[in-house]
Design a protein around this ligand. Structure first.
Ligand code: ADP
Ligand code: MG
Length: 862
């Protein structure tokens, strides 16, 4: 160490505490990085790597970013999953003896960013601490530092833990050093969350109100671990954190992460973008807060009929009150992100523009209260009563902050005239001084006769009188003292100008200082309203989601679902909400669904592309929409409340991950089978595809039988194994349905209509034809198919005759009398002819070609 210069020694001391972060070390107007940090940062940020003498023999690698544009670089690093420690000079360099004191003032991490592109308006940014208590018992506590929302709960398995992390999309996880490395590894391979370590989970007086609600001691310590970490890294007020509230997963419908992805609830299968997801469809919210709450609701559908109906009541009344709703939407559009605004206030990075947004938002509240009263509905009134316009606060902000303040809070220009006497005096002095200078300019021009004379200002020389070189000879007076010579002009000062300058600059400096002081005072005042604003924000986001549901329900003609507890699932003209929206709704074919005690399981057959998957998913989506309190895409819906939904998409249909193997398919099937109850909904889409035919078919059948006999969950099972349709005779609660298709001129026409019973055939080759595979290939496929079908039929006949001892002897004889091979050959050539004729496009033929075809047909028949 001693080989280095004192400053590098200081750097190394600080860096030792932040080994897992980039250390942004403030040097004058730059943040510099050294050693390994510099090498890595120069690559990640594509900035020039230089080096510097640091006392040692070899030069030290170094790179840096300007202080004023640092935020962009920090953002880039955070988005790549790094941490950045900001190390500032904590004393005035002019006063410092030796090396200026420096300290880390904040550690910015993916879970603690407060601004920038890393934050998405309609998404929470959670940081979560996890504790392992004992075998299969974990505790988690998480908070969104930007909004202050904080929650904690117990989880009963590492699966539940992984699910919760994925559902919440936590960007950063805080654990102690003893935490199971295996679990960490699994988390990191599945989701790229940053892992941070914090061993301290001790109580601290400032945590008192935050952890008060947690009655489990271990859970308390989990929350405390998070709070310790935040205190240590953020080093500032966390006044906006809300008390940790607990929640019980058991109170919500459970959908594991993979099923959520399969159903495309908040993420599409193809990627993380929203388009095409249920969230995308449902998001008619007008505020960012509403958008975030909507996502939370989709992630946790309710199970209490009372709670669901409470939501539905409000949606219904808003749906029926068109004008109030339109007005409400308008009002809500004027409400900024109150949650994040309070976060910025508490965190100390709110500026005057934030205050204007806060004021404007709060000024909408009285009108919104008024609208909630007009709805004449108990729950709406309740919300209205709790909304708080924070009148004293808006009054103060109205009086104090100008309407279009600058971004910077340290350069004045923020506070309105008339708010503060002393400030007004300084401002007057400034304005008068400027006026005086304008007049002086006029006077000097007259006095000297130089029309181009002007008075200017710069930071180094202050005010000056500028005269072009050609006119200099006109200045006779000795009052003019030359200050600066430029290419074409000279600059002068006079004693009276100097005097006035002092007054103006002093007033300016004082007013800027005072404005900043006042700003801080106002900010402290706003802080005292944080809790009240947060409460209002919460209610606003709820109202916003309700109006969004109402708006959507009206425009897309959804109906209010009814709930029953006698195992009915009746949908009349149900639709897949997203597919319907994406395609023209005119074309979407609605389908009924009838399930009850005698039809607990439906086995769905039908050609590829006919709409099996769509039909199954629409039933799950309708249930989820209903249980979050939204109307549903159907003419009539009478449905049960599900406790869990499981989906499994067969490997062949599996777009989620190319690497999905048959093993994963089976693991997920197991997950459903082990956890589903008779209150659950299971969707198995072409399961068993990932292995050989007989294998797959056998497994599919066994799975169906198992669910039928042991679970009794409502189940939709689509399959391409026609052979399975005979199960209908064997299993009392299983019924066949199929999605119909029609052959027209040898071509397949999809009707997308679901009907009772099984399909009579599969249409794979027709689909291949639709996909425009070469005609020759299609013909050949048809040939092979008929061959296969024939051998199969013959085999069946043989089997049947062998098994059936009492079968009619003459029939058997007749069978054996037939020249089997002959028969087969003939059928083959007939089929060939038929296919050939059907494949002719007559309009494309010329007479010669027609002749040729006829010749070939004749040859085949001979
Ligand atoms: P399958 O699972 O039977 O192969 P899909 O459910 O994937 O078929 O549906 C294939 C396509 O058919 C969908 O992408 C959609 O465009 C269309 N489709 C499905 N159901 C309907 C419907 N009810 N009305 C109109 N088009 C539909
Ligand atoms: Mg499908």
């Amino acid at each position: 160490m001693s080989q280095f210069t004192p400053m590098i020694q200081q750097y190394l001391r600080v860096k030792a505490d932040y080994l897992d972060a980039f250390l942004f070390f403030r040097l004058g107007d730059f943040y510099e990085m050294f050693f390994e940090d510099a090498i890595k940062a120069s690559q990640e940020l594509e900035i020039t790597l230089t080096s510097r003498d640091g006392g040692a023999e070899e030069k030290i690698p170094m790179c840096g970013v300007p202080y004023h544009s640092a935020s962009g670089y920090i953002e880039q690093l955070i988005q790549k999953g790094y941490k950045v420690a900001i190390c500032e000079q904590t004393e005035d360099p002019k006063q410092a003896k030796g090396v200026v004191k420096r300290e880390v003032v904040q550690l910015i991490t993916p879970g603690t960013v407060m601004e920038g592109k890393g934050l998405i308006d309609k998404e929470n940014n959670y940081i979560m601490s996890i504790s392992f208590f004992k075998e299969s018992l974990y505790g988690i506590a998480y908070t969104d530092l930007t909004t202050g929302e904080s929650r904690a709960t117990l989880l009963n398995s590492s699966e539940e833990l992984l699910n919760e992390i994925a559902t919440l999309g936590s960007k950063e996880l805080v654990v102690d050093h003893d935490f199971d490395k295996g679990v960490i590894k699994r988390i990191q391979t599945l989701y790229n969350a940053v892992i941070s370590f914090e061993d301290n989970d001790e109580f601290n007086l400032s945590f008192q109100t935050l952890v008060d609600e947690l009655h489990n001691d271990e859970l308390k310590r989990t929350a405390q671990r998070l709070l310790q970490y935040l205190t240590k890294t953020q080093k500032r007020s966390l006044d906006h954190l809300q008390p940790f509230s607990t929640y019980e997963l058991a109170r919500y419908m459970k959908i594991d992460y993979y099923s959520k992805r399969n159903l495309e609830l908040t993420e599409s299968i193809r990627g993380k973008n929203h388009k095409g997801t249920l969230l995308w469809l449902l998001d008619e919210t007008a505020t960012a807060m509403g958008g975030r709450l909507l996502k939370q609701w989709i992630d946790r559908p309710l199970m209490s009929k009372m709670d669901i109906n409470k939501r539905l009541d409000l949606v219904e009344i808003l749906k029926d009150s068109y004008f109030i709703r339109q007005e409400l939407r308008e009002m809500l559009k004027g409400v900024y992100d109150l949650e994040r605004l309070t976060g910025r206030v508490a965190f100390g990075n709110a500026n005057a523009r934030d205050f204007i947004q806060l004021k404007k938002s709060l000024l909408q509240i009285p009108n919104i209260i008024d609208l909630t009263q007009q709805l004449k509905h108990e729950h709406a009134k309740e919300i209205g009563d709790k909304l708080d316009p924070c009148k004293d606060l808006t009054d103060l902000l109205e009086e104090s902050i100008i309407d279009n303040p600058p971004l910077s809070v340290k350069e004045g220009g923020i506070i309105k005239d008339g708010f503060h006497d002393e400030l007004d005096r300084y401002k007057d002095a400034r304005r008068n001084g400027k006026q005086w200078i304008a007049e002086l300019e006029k006077e000097e021009r007259e006095k000297t006769g130089i029309r181009s004379l002007k008075i200017g200002y710069n930071r180094i020389f202050g005010y000056y009188i500028e005269v072009t070189r050609a006119n200099v000879h006109l200045l006779k007076d000795e009052r003019y003292e030359r200050k600066q010579t430029l290419a074409n002009s000279e600059r002068y000062i006079t004693p009276e100008l100097k005097e006035k300058e002092a007054l103006i600059l002093q007033a300016e400096e004082k007013s800027i200082e005072l404005e900043y002081e006042l700003f801080l005072k106002i900010r402290e005042f706003v802080k005292t309203y944080i809790k009240r604003i947060q409460q209002t924000a919460k209610l606003i986001s709820e109202l916003d989601v309700y109006q969004g549901f109402a708006t959507l329900s009206e425009s897309r003609h959804y109906t209010r679902p009814l709930f029953n507890s006698n195992r009915l699932l009746h949908l009349e003209e149900g639709r897949h909400p997203v597919v319907e929206k994406v395609m023209d709704s005119q074309e979407y074919v609605p389908n009924d669904c009838a399930m009850d005690e005698s039809r607990e399981m439906l086995l769905i057959t039908g050609p590829n592309m006919s709409g099996k998957s769509t039909y199954m998913r629409q039933i799950a989506l309708i249930s989820i929409m209903a249980q979050i309190g939204c109307f549903v895409p159907a003419k009539h819906a009478d449905i049960p409340i599900f406790d869990q939904i499981f989906t499994r998409i067969g490997a062949a249909d599996d777009l989620i991950s190319g690497q999905s193997t048959f093993m994963v398919e089976m693991l997920e099937a197991k997950n459903a089978i082990m956890n589903a109850t008779d209150q659950s909904l299971i969707l198995f889409d072409e399961i068993g595809r990932g292995t050989s035919t007989y294998d797959g078919m056998a497994l599919a059948q066994a799975i169906i039988e198992y669910i039928h006999d042991h679970i009794g969950a409502k189940t939709l099972f689509s399959t391409h194994y026609h052979e399975l349709t005979v199960l209908e005779d064997k299993l009392a609660q299983l019924k066949n349905i199929h999605v119909s298709a029609m052959e027209q001129n040898g071509k397949l026409v999809f009707l997308h209509k679901v009907k009772n019973g099984a399909t009579d055939k599969s249409y794979g080759i027709h689909v291949a034809e639709l996909a425009e595979l070469p005609k020759e290939l299609i013909l050949r496929a048809n040939e092979i198919l008929s061959e296969l079908e024939n051998t199969n039929n013959i085999q069946k006949k043989v089997e049947a005759s062998q098994k059936d001892e009492n079968s009619n002897l003459s029939e058997q004889l007749a069978f054996f009398e037939q020249p089997v091979v002959e028969d087969q050959k003939m059928k083959k050539s007939y089929q060939k002819v038929i296919d050939k004729v059907l494949s002719i496009n007559i309009l494309e033929l010329n007479p010669m070609q027609a002749m040729n075809i006829l010749y070939e047909i004749q040859k085949d028949l001979k």
